[in-house]
Write a protein that binds this ligand. Structure first.
Ligand code: PDD
Length: 286
């Protein structure tokens, strides 16, 4: 069945969706995006994604194509039209087309492009990976210096996923100056004793919306959280590890660079946090 996608004000069948070849998202990766998960037909952490989108737009001096209230309505309409129970809504805003290809940003009255589509993922919370955990390798982080902005420049993360695939594992953690930054499309954590350790925020990583919610849940459950850098060696000696993102929620990591972590099965803290996070976010879903 053809999906209905949203393009610049219209809900259209995906075959009819069109964006200019001069769109700066296509030519310069001059665009930002958000991925919001949907559980039981409702949006998870929408407020966080909205606030981060506004920040990404601000950092790149890009106009918001619609108001944030309209954006919520468009998300809801997309979920409704595509009958999404469990899945996600992908949103992308680009600086639009300035006419010719030109490195210089076009004038302020250039209309930004707004595209949304959905992906259905029935049973997403019960994925096999969430039960067995995932295996990761470490790779150098050679991305640009503003990873705090959620841009569509995802070539290196894609290459990272391919390096992981070639190594027969699920994903990769990126390492810069000896310290883990984040996963290719998620935030990275280790657990030592009962302490949860994850890199502090900064330009080096994306401030995950799931990260914020999970750390809030952890603190509410009286778990200790330390926001600091850690090395791959420290991770390999940790009791457990996990990643978070809008598409994986809390996903246990059971192997790093070919070495099993702990007993090689999902850790207690990761499993508990996944449960709490899913419970809490379903309750707060809109
Ligand atoms: N990726 N770090 C990076 C580099 C990411 O791409 C993502 C999300 C995260 C986690 O952010 P959040 O918790 O807000 O999803 C961290 C999305 C899911 C994607 O590109 O598909």
């Amino acid at each position: 069945m053809s999906r209905t996608v949203y393009v610049n004000g219209d809900y259209v069948p995906e075959e009819d969706a069109k964006i200019s070849v001069f769109d700066r998202g296509f030519l310069f990766a001059d665009g930002v995006y958000e991925v919001t998960s949907v559980l039981g037909g409702k949006l998870i952490d929408f407020e966080g994604h909205k606030v981060r989108l506004q920040r990404s737009l601000h950092e790149l001096a890009m106009r918001a194509p619609v108001t944030m209230d309209e954006l919520l309505e468009i998300h809801r309409e997309m979920v409704r039209l595509n009958e999404i129970d469990d899945g996600l809504v992908y949103l992308q805003v680009t600086r639009g087309s300035g006419g010719d290809r030109d490195f210089v940003f076009p004038s302020d009255d250039t209309v930004p492009s707004l595209v949304l589509f959905t992906q259905s993922k029935p049973g997403i919370t019960d994925s096999e990976a969430s039960k067995t955990g995932i295996k990761i390798i470490s790779i150098p982080d050679i991305r640009w210096g503003r990873r705090d902005i959620k841009t569509v420049q995802l070539l290196y993360p894609s290459m990272g996923k391919m390096m992981a695939k070639a190594a027969g594992v699920d994903d990769a953690w990126m390492v810069e100056d000896g310290f883990v930054t984040e996963g290719t499309s998620n935030n990275a954590y280790i657990v030592k004793g009962s302490k949860i350790i994850t890199r502090h925020l900064g330009n080096e990583i994306l401030a995950g919306i799931t990260r914020a919610a999970v750390l809030r849940c952890a603190k509410e459950a009286q778990m200790e959280v330390e926001e600091r850098s850690f090395t791959v060696d420290e991770a390999r000696e940790a009791d457990e590890a996990f990643v978070t993102s809008a598409t994986t929620f809390v996903m246990p990591v059971v192997e790093i660079d070919g070495e099993p972590l702990g007993d090689g099965t999902p850790g207690r803290v990761a499993r508990r946090l996944r449960e709490i996070y899913l419970d809490e976010s379903r309750k707060a879903a809109v």
